[in-house]
Design a protein around this ligand. Structure first.
Ligand SMILES: [Zn+2]
Length: 350
């Protein structure tokens, strides 16, 4: 089979390798599509441990079951999306349903081979059937982008009536706005420095603010005014991964509010306050982090999308061939993704 192998830091190559043998409890899937984004540029640079090389990247997998052993598995020929998180299933976190923080967790496309190949191995319990008429370019988003947003929205406790601010509306922030709305948030204000991305998210939010030339304090004030929340927001999501955005969301919260930190800030990071007591402690601000998602988040994301509560089409970027992924990643590294997910066509023609 044709596969794109990461063979060293910064190096990937197309190779012809044998179709893998299927271990017990796993299924062989003919890969139809995967996705490429900023995360893969970080993977190729060696930011995350691949558990050995060569490694087939691609943590999003939509495909068709070729071979599965368990009678409970969807039958051969079924269109499926794979949950990329492979918890150990044994430890106390997995038993509690917190598989995203399982210390023995492995991940398809990171430390297990992923979807940048004509065939993929997936644990049978990680396969979920999809309707055969689902748009494939949107289905790849069910693998990771959508459940990650569901996890963050669930963890921070968005409930009916919540007043929510979202700083940064790339693909993650965009999805967070939609999921927060589906969870019953009544006020959602989105902030970004890109008019284009703010325009894309407009149908899903109550107000947008371009915070391009503002200080964090001014940005927080502008967001509160736009959302008519004079005492601040119940919940604020930071998805941009910039310190100014972190300071903005903390300033935008009401007393007792919760900040969900989704972005990854580069390098040594410190949050500073003119008055730690007055701006942070006295207001009982909570900082909550998120990493990956659980099986439950995956199922909730699928249900929200298939139930027509979300529109993932604005996130669909260009479709690219497997052999073009290295040059696409170089392009993304330099120019970003514009809030889109590149769809990797592995076998869309069938
Ligand atoms: Zn575990």
């Amino acid at each position: 089979m044709q596969a794109l192998l990461m063979v060293g830091e910064g190096t990937q190559e197309i190779a012809d390798i044998p179709v893998p043998e299927v271990p017990e409890g796993w299924a062989l899937v003919r890969t139809i599509a995967s996705a490429a984004g900023l995360f893969h540029t970080q993977m190729v640079k060696g930011m995350l441990d691949t558990g050995g090389l060569p490694r087939i990247l691609g943590h999003e997998i939509v495909g068709e079951i070729v071979e599965a052993g368990s009678p409970a598995s969807p039958p051969a020929g079924t269109l499926v999306v794979a949950d990329a998180v492979v918890g150990c299933g044994v430890c106390e976190w997995c038993i509690r349903g917190e598989d995203s923080v399982c210390p023995w967790m492995r991940h398809l496309g990171i430390d297990l081979d992923g979807g940048f190949a004509e065939y993929s191995l997936v644990p049978e319990s990680n396969l979920f059937p999809l309707p055969s008429d689902i748009p494939i370019a949107e289905a790849v988003m069910l693998s990771s982008a959508l459940p990650a947003a569901v996890h963050a929205v669930t963890r921070v406790g968005v409930t009916s009536g919540a007043r929510v601010a979202v700083s940064g509306v790339g693909s993650i922030g965009f999805t967070v706005c939609q999921v927060a709305k589906a969870y019953g948030a009544t006020t959602i204000v989105a902030a970004d420095v890109s008019d284009e991305q703010l325009a894309a998210v407009e149908p899903w939010v109550d107000a947008t603010v371009n915070v391009g030339d503002m200080t964090p304090t001014d940005a927080a004030t502008a967001m509160s005014e736009a959302g008519e929340t004079p005492h601040g927001f119940d919940i604020a999501f930071e998805t941009a991964g910039h310190l100014s955005s972190v300071e903005t969301v903390i300033a935008a919260l009401r007393p007792g509010g919760k900040a969900m930190m989704m972005g990854i800030c580069d390098g040594p990071t410190a949050i500073s306050f003119d008055s730690y007591l007055a701006q942070f402690v006295r207001r009982e601000i909570s900082l909550i982090t998120t990493f990956g998602f659980t099986r439950r988040d995956f199922l909730v994301g699928n249900a929200l999308y298939l139930g027509g509560r979300l529109d993932l089409s604005p996130l669909v970027g260009p479709t690219v061939a497997l052999e073009d992924v290295p040059s696409v990643l170089a392009h993304i590294e330099e120019h970003g993704t514009g809030g889109k997910r590149y769809v990797v066509d592995v076998g869309m023609a069938g």
